[in-house]
Ligand binder design. Structure first.
Ligand code: CO
Length: 172
């Protein structure tokens, strides 16, 4: 059950307990039925792994698992270096922090010194409609849309509202 459903269900139950008027329930249902723009998820764009060194990290994928890997690219505005690994149906994004840049990846590695899965990225057809809709459903969106690793707008959703997983949304 999503955070929104949970919240809605809970407030709904409280209302039912407090007030048995059917009209009141209809009113609540009606107010939930807004005219927000439609949007949808188009697929899994990538899984991101934080590592101490993207070049060392990519050896496994290139030399052992025989996958195609990109060269490393620095994204100073995000405080990270990236390498992309291609598989037949999705990508794996390796990330390491540039120096002690205090980027989210740097903080993640402080807590997980061996690295680990950092986020998953879902591609959406309309990121701005998604942001409006998710906010209205009380799912925390961590910033405004910013240009991400592929030169397209991205946002991150709070892990506490997403089953403990940091989710990135990327505009198709
Ligand atoms: Co990403």
């Amino acid at each position: 059950m999503s955070a929104f459903h949970h919240l809605f269900r809970r407030s709904f139950d409280i209302l039912v307990k407090k007030n048995n008027s059917l009209n009141f329930i209809h009113l609540i249902r009606f107010s939930n039925n807004s005219s927000r723009k439609e949007w949808k998820v188009l697929g899994l764009n990538h899984i991101a792994i934080a590592t101490n060194d993207v070049n060392k990290g990519s050896d496994l994928f290139r030399d052992v698992l025989k996958l195609k890997t990109s060269g490393s690219e620095a994204l100073p505005e995000h405080g990270v270096n990236t390498v992309f690994v291609e598989t037949s149906n999705t990508k794996i994004e390796l990330l390491d922090p540039i120096g002690e840049s205090k980027s989210p990846i740097w903080s993640f590695l402080k807590k997980n010194p061996n690295g680990g899965i950092h986020h998953i990225c879902l591609e959406v057809d309309d990121i701005y409609a998604a942001i409006d809709d998710l906010k209205a459903r009380n799912i925390r969106v961590l910033s405004d849309a910013k240009v991400g690793a592929h030169g397209k707008p991205v946002v991150f959703l709070h892990p506490k509202d997403c089953n403990g997983v940091l989710i990135e949304l990327e505009q198709k």
